[in-house]
Design a binder for this molecule. Structure first.
Ligand code: ZN
Length: 345
């Protein structure tokens, strides 16, 4: 979650794959391990790995393994990228690294990571699920945005053996905290025809913190008259603009089976245009898609409106509500399955 709200073109401005993951199965988690098996055993092991449901242990393992302090010039930034690439390779997946430069940090090594499932046709609609992997300096960034990165990795694992009618892309964006730089660069570089194929974007931003005490949830000045989620910080917000209302509704509906004591989600999707009347609504990568007229929603625990650990050295794994995060992750999985036309299973 970015502190700053930036103008649309403000260019200046596990090999833990399954170790510790649920404990449901015990299989080699890396390519080398799979290579040691015969082809049939390897295929069976890959199926078993994908079959294990997302739970609190599996998301914990992902966040625990993600290097901390992922500021653009910190060692953790490059280490986190390697961790993501290694984790995907261990799942037998082949992501594309999309490097870019930014004059605001000319010496930084910047790149988005794009993992793609081709649809049934070359011009199939595209569904994107995204999360940023950078952080502000000197924070573990467990919630912001280790939580989103972990959920995206878990989706990659769950979908590693599937095919879809739509084209599915999981994207780990870089340089979000500096003003949505990675996502903005990426979306503006897309050919117009490809951009028009985007059915929707589900942006995962800071998903794992709750505070269930009365009075724990704050709201941006003057917004409770429009949307009052109550005063407890115990929900995941599905936030969309007016144009994205149908997408937000579909995501919210798909999450319904996960609603319960540990988890609830609320939807607010009445923001006009690209969100300039409510600048807090633009503080993550979905906003650059709104700028292009693309339907996009942000899923978030509302960050600093609830958590005192926002952008602080105390944004640690230990502060997160892992059953809540896991339920949200399964909810996103359900949303993708409801939207992307799975072809098998
Ligand atoms: Zn942030």
């Amino acid at each position: 979650m970015s502190r700053r709200v930036t103008a649309p073109c403000a260019v200046f401005s596990l090999i833990v794959a399954l170790t510790g993951c649920s404990g449901h199965v015990s299989i080699p988690g890396d390519d080398e391990g799979l290579r040691a098996l015969g082809p049939e055993e390897a295929a069976e092991a890959a199926r078993a790995r994908a079959a294990a449901p997302i739970d609190a242990d599996s998301v914990r393992a992902r966040i625990a393994a993600l290097p901390p302090d992922r500021d653009l010039l910190a060692p953790g930034h490059g280490e986190a990228r390697l961790y993501l690439l290694d984790s995907l390779a261990a799942l037998g997946l082949r992501p594309e690294l999309v490097p870019f430069t930014w004059p605001g940090a000319p010496t930084a090594d910047l790149a988005n990571i794009v993992l793609r499932w081709r649809g049934r046709a070359e011009d199939s609609p595209i569904l994107i699920v995204s999360a940023h992997y950078d952080s502000v300096p000197l924070t573990p960034g467990a919630d912001d945005n280790g939580s989103g990165c972990a959920v995206l990795l878990e989706l990659a694992r769950r979908f590693s053996q599937r095919r879809f009618g739509l084209e599915l892309r999981l994207v780990w964006f870089d340089a979000e905290e500096d003003g949505l730089i990675g996502s903005g660069t990426w979306v503006r570089a897309l050919p117009e025809a490809e951009r028009r194929r985007i059915l929707g974007v589900i942006n995962l931003e800071t998903l794992g913190y709750t505070d269930r005490r009365p009075g724990s949830q704050r709201m941006p000045e003057g917004t409770r008259a429009l949307f009052d989620p109550g005063d407890r910080g115990d929900f995941l917000l599905v936030l969309g603009n007016l144009d994205s209302r149908e997408l937000a509704g579909a995501v919210q509906k798909a999450m319904e089976p996960e609603q319960g004591e540990a988890f609830r989600s609320l939807m607010y999707s009445l923001i006009p245009g690209a969100g300039w009347l409510l600048p807090d609504s633009r503080r993550s990568d979905h906003a650059v898609f709104w700028d292009q007229g693309v339907h996009a929603v942000m899923l978030t625990d509302t960050a600093n409106l609830r958590s005192r650990h926002y952008h602080a050295p105390t944004d640690t794994l230990e502060t997160l509500d892992l059953p809540f995060l896991a339920a949200g992750a399964r909810g996103v999985e359900r949303a993708v399955l409801s939207l992307a036309e799975p072809l098998d299973g």
